[in-house]
Design a protein around this ligand. Structure first.
Ligand SMILES: Cc1cc2nc3c(=O)[nH]c(=O)nc-3n(C[C@H](O)[C@H](O)[C@H](O)COP(=O)(O)OP(=O)(O)OC[C@H]3O[C@@H](n4cnc5c(N)ncnc54)[C@H](O)[C@@H]3O)c2cc1C
Length: 400
C-alpha cells in the first residue's frame, strides 16, 4: 500500500532535521562556499564544528541497524533527512550521504577482515566526524566508460595484480571522488582481469591509510563547495584478499547497478532539496519586494514562475519517493531511479535559474543565497554519471 503520510517517528525526525539543518548546516554551508582555498575550508573550525554537531546528534549512523550500534531509523527516513539537509546545503548533505558508506558495508560483512568490525565500532561511537567513507571509481581517463559493458571491452587503468597471498594496486582515481580528501575508508573498483572489460573489475573496501595511498589537493569547483572531492593515488598498495567485497565477473555489474540505483535516488533527492531552498527564498522575497506599486508576487509572470517551481518540485519528489519505496521494499528498479534523478536534477537547474530571475539583480548578489543554489544544482546533472549517460542506460534497460 503506497501512503504519502509519514509515520509519526519519521515526521519527528523530519522536524528535528529541518531545525538542525536551518541552525547548523545552512550557515556552515554558506561560510564554506565563500572560502577561496578548499583546503582551508575543509580544515576550518566551521567544517569541524558542523561535522561534530551532526555526528553528535547521530545523523551519520541513522540508517545503520541497531544491532550494529546504529539508530535503525525506519525505511524512507534517509530520503526525508537527505532532502532537509540539502535544503540547508547540498554540499554538506553530499558529505553526510557518502560518509556511512563503508560502515554500512561493514555492518553486513560477517567475519572477513577484523578491520570491518573495528571500523564499524569506531564509526558508531564517533561524535566528532572523524570517520567517513567514499567510493572511488571514476578515473581521469574513464568516467562515462564505467557504464560500458558492451563492445569494445574497456577497462579501468587502476589495476590490482596478485602477488603471493595479496593484491598489489597501482593507479589513480579522479579528482571527483566525493569525500575523497577526508575519507578514512574507501570502496574502490579496480581492474583485475582487463580482458573481461568492466566485468574484470574487482571491488575492495579498505582502510584509507594503507601504505601507498595518497590524496591530491581538494578540488576547487563551481558548487557543492561544502563537499570535499579529491584524487586518490595508489602506489604499490598491498591489500589482503579479505578486503575484497566483490570478485570480477557478472556479479560486479549487478552490484554497480545496486549502488547506482541508491546513488541516483539520493542525487535526485539532493536536487529536490536545492530547488526547494531556492523556491522558499524566492517566495519569501516575492512576498515583500514591491515594484509597480504591488508586491512582485502579485505580478502574473512572477506568480506563474513560483507555481511552476512548486509543481516541478512536487512532481520530482513524488517519483523519487517511488524509487525510494521500491528500494526499501526490496525491489530496487534502476530505470525508475534514473528517471527520478534526471528529472529532479534537470528540474533543479531550471528552478534555481528561475528563482534567481525572481530576485532580479539581487539574484546574482552574494547578499542572497539563491546564486549559490544555482551553482550547486548544476553539479547534480553530472554526479554519479552525467544525465545523458544515465538516460541512455535507462533507455537500454527499458528496451532490453
Ligand atoms: C558532484 C560530483 C560528485 C561525484 N562523486 C563521485 C564519487 O563519489 N566517486 C567517483 O568515483 N566519481 C564521482 N564523480 C564523478 C562522476 O561520476 C563523473 O564525473 C561522471 O561519471 C562523468 O565522467 P567524466 O567527468 O569523466 O565525463 P566524460 O565521461 O568524459 O563525459 C564528457 C561528456 O561526454 C558525454 N559522453 C561520454 N560518453 C558518452 C557516450 N558513450 N555516449 C554519449 N555521451 C557520452 C557525457 O555525457 C559528457 O557530456 C562525481 C562527479 C561530480 C560532478
Amino acid at each position: 500500500m503506497v501512503d504519502f503520510a509519514l509515520p509519526e517517528e519519521v515526521r519527528k525526525i523530519q522536524e528535528m532535521t529541518r531545525e538542525f539543518a536551518r541552525q547548523e548546516v545552512r550557515p556552515a554551508g554558506i561560510a564554506l562556499d565563500r572560502v577561496q582555498d578548499p583546503e582551508d575550508a575543509y580544515t576550518s573550525d566551521t567544517m569541524r564544528r558542523v561535522l561534530a554537531r551532526a555526528y553528535d546528534v547521530g545523523f551519520h549512523k541513522m540508517n545503520l541497524p541497531k544491532e550494529a550500534g546504529g539508530l535503525g531509523a525506519p525505511p524512507m527516513t534517509n530520503i526525508i533527512v537527505q532532502e532537509e539537509m540539502a535544503v540547508a546545503d547540498a554540499g554538506l548533505a553530499s558529505h553526510f550521504l557518502v560518509a556511512p558508506m563503508i560502515a554500512g558495508m561493514a555492518a553486513t560483512a560477517n567475519g572477513r577482515h577484523p578491520f570491518y568490525r573495528e571500523y564499524l565500532d569506531a564509526f558508531v561511537a564517533d561524535t566528532r566526524g572523524a570517520h567517513s567513507g567514499a567510493w572511488a571509481i571514476t578515473e581521469p581517463d574513464h568516467g562515462s566508460d564505467l557504464f560500458q559493458f558492451g563492445q569494445p571491452p574497456i577497462h579501468m587503468d587502476t589495476a590490482a595484480v596478485r602477488d603471493g597471498d595479496d593484491y598489489v594496486i597501482n593507479g589513480h582515481k579522479s579528482a571527483f571522488v566525493s569525500n575523497g580528501w577526508m575519507a578514512d575508508a574507501l570502496l574502490i573498483m579496480v581492474s583485475e582481469d582487463p580482458g573481461q572489460g568492466m566485468e574484470g573489475t574487482v571491488t575492495f573496501a579498505i582502510p584509507g591509510n594503507l601504505p601507498g595511498i595518497s590524496r591530491g589537493k581538494p578540488l576547487d569547483k563551481l558548487g557543492l563547495r561544502g563537499l570535499n572531492q579529491a584524487e586518490v593515488f595508489f602506489d604499490n598498495v598491498r591489500v589482503a584478499p579479505e578486503f575484497m567485497v566483490m570478485p570480477p565477473g557478472p556479479g560486479y555489474r549487478l552490484m554497480l547497478e545496486r549502488i547506482v540505483t541508491g546513488g541516483n535516488t539520493a542525487v535526485g533527492t539532493l536536487a529536490v532539496g536545492v530547488a526547494r531552498a531556492a523556491y522558499e527564498e524566492a517566495l519569501a522575497y516575492a512576498r515583500q519586494r514591491e515594484q509597480g506599486g504591488r508586491r512582485i508576487c502579485e505580478h502574473d509572470t512572477v506568480k506563474m514562475t513560483l507555481f511552476n517551481a512548486y509543481r516541478r518540485i512536487e512532481g520530482a519528489r513524488a517519483l523519487l519517493w517511488k524509487s525510494s519505496w521500491l528500494i526499501a521494499s526490496g525491489q530496487p528498479h534502476l530505470p525508475t531511479a534514473m528517471a527520478a534523478r534526471t528529472m529532479a536534477s534537470d528540474m533543479a537547474v531550471r528552478v534555481t535559474s528561475d528563482m534567481v530571475q525572481i530576485f532580479g539583480g539581487y539574484g546574482i548578489s552574494k547578499e542572497h543565497p539563491v546564486e549559490k543554489f544555482y551553482r550547486d544544482a548544476k553539479l547534480l546533472q553530472i554526479m554519479d554519471g552525467t544525465n545523458e549517460l544515465v538516460s541512455l542506460k535507462a533507455a537500454d534497460q527499458l528496451i532490453g
